[in-house]
Write a protein that binds this ligand. Structure first.
Ligand SMILES: CC(C)(COP(=O)(O)OP(=O)(O)OC[C@H]1O[C@@H](n2cnc3c(N)ncnc32)[C@H](O)[C@@H]1OP(=O)(O)O)[C@@H](O)C(=O)NCCC(=O)NCCS
Length: 319
């Protein structure tokens, strides 16, 4: 069996990995990028740490090894447009899924950020890259610029329509959500078991929020006695998580509305949850009540939680 490929948003803690893969790309394909190896190799560890917290970057991992990088950014001179930069896949991983998955990850971010297209510049020296971009749906926009550091290298602008990345929610198998659960809720700790004993019960429900083929929001609902009313047919919301790069754009709220509508359609009357105190506004702003004096520290994560609950009413029918 092939080792699984993972593509994920980079985090500040990935500074060393970012440095290593970016320098590898500049050494491998110097004419594909505006920056040079010499320039970036001179940056200090602190400078890389700053880049890792400021850049919106994505890493491809194969068998625990970083094999690819891409960045999704706003353009200094065109704040309305979103750009793909620093695209790279290590030679050993070319011809596989890594490049497509990295581009998809950036497209998903750009769509969530409100863009209707993703742009890039491809160098005249990068024939394979151009062929790849055409294959995945980019088209030349007609704009062309010379590289600042070498006028002989011309870069064509390409553009990909992002319609296929509009957001949708679906019922999913729990395994589709395990990576998000681990990365967003368990600090990416490989030792933590993110499969839940209730995951596969017939009554358990799992929801994924998708941008294209990338799942960016997870939610699960398990039958669990309500700590508020004692009802045995209540549902507990668990593992509500939105991927780091697309948080704060209302996607979690869209999935939560979908969950409530779906539960209402199944005749469920009450839902409750142990909510992280840091996420409380997300719930209280959409009709959840905090159970008084319910503050506790989660044994699983060591973070402060409170119990919250609400009646299940289809979202469109709320007063
Ligand atoms: C660009 C890159 C990320 C694409 O990833 P990849 O895994 O190589 O992409 P794929 O193999 O899926 O697609 C490449 C396509 O180019 C074709 N190709 C291969 N070598 C080529 C060449 N020398 N000239 C033209 N096309 C070529 C391949 O046949 C393939 O098309 P196909 O699937 O229809 O056969 C990767 O090649 C890379 O990192 N290159 C070096 C850095 C770079 O140029 N970055 C781009 C900066 S804009």
């Amino acid at each position: 069996m092939n080792p699984p490929l993972r593509v994920r948003p980079g985090r500040p803690s990935d500074a060393l990995a970012l440095r290593q893969i970016r320098l590898e790309s500049l050494a491998d394909s110097p004419d594909a990028y505006g920056e040079t190896y010499e320039h970036c190799a001179s940056w200090s560890e602190d400078a890389w740490a700053k880049k890792a917290s400021e850049w919106n970057f994505y890493l491809a991992e194969l068998d625990g090894r970083i094999v690819g990088l891409a960045r999704g950014e706003r353009h200094d001179e065109r704040p309305d447009a979103r750009y793909l930069f620093a695209m790279y896949v290590a030679p050993s991983a070319r011809g596989g899924e890594a490049a497509t998955r990295l581009v998809d990850a950036v497209c998903a971010w750009a769509a969530a950020d409100g863009a209707d297209a993703l742009h890039l510049y491809v160098s005249s020296a990068a024939a394979r890259a151009r062929a790849f971009y055409l294959k995945v749906g980019f088209r030349e926009s007609g704009a062309r610029v010379a590289m600042d550091r070498d006028e002989g290298l011309v870069c064509d602008e390409m553009r990909r329509d992002l319609r296929e990345f509009s957001f949708r929610t679906e019922r999913v198998e729990p395994s589709a959500l395990h990576d998000l659960r681990r990365r967003v809720l368990r600090e990416n700790d490989p030792r933590v078991n993110v499969e839940n004993a209730q995951d596969r019960l017939a009554s358990s429900l799992h929801y994924g929020g998708y941008l294209g083929r990338r799942v960016v929001v997870s939610a699960s609902a398990f039958v669990a006695t309500s700590p508020v009313t004692g009802r045995h047919d209540a549902y507990q919301l668990r593992y509500m998580a939105t991927d780091f790069d697309v948080q704060g754009r209302g996607l979690g709220g869209v999935v939560l509305s979908y969950v409530l509508d779906d539960l209402a359609g199944r005749g469920v009357a009450e839902i409750w949850a142990n909510a992280r105190v840091t996420a409380l506004n997300f719930y209280t702003s959409s009709g959840w009540d905090v159970v008084p004096d319910s503050l506790f520290v989660s044994a699983e994560t060591g973070t402060d939680h409170v119990v919250i609950h609400r009646a299940v009413v289809p979202v469109g029918l709320e007063g």
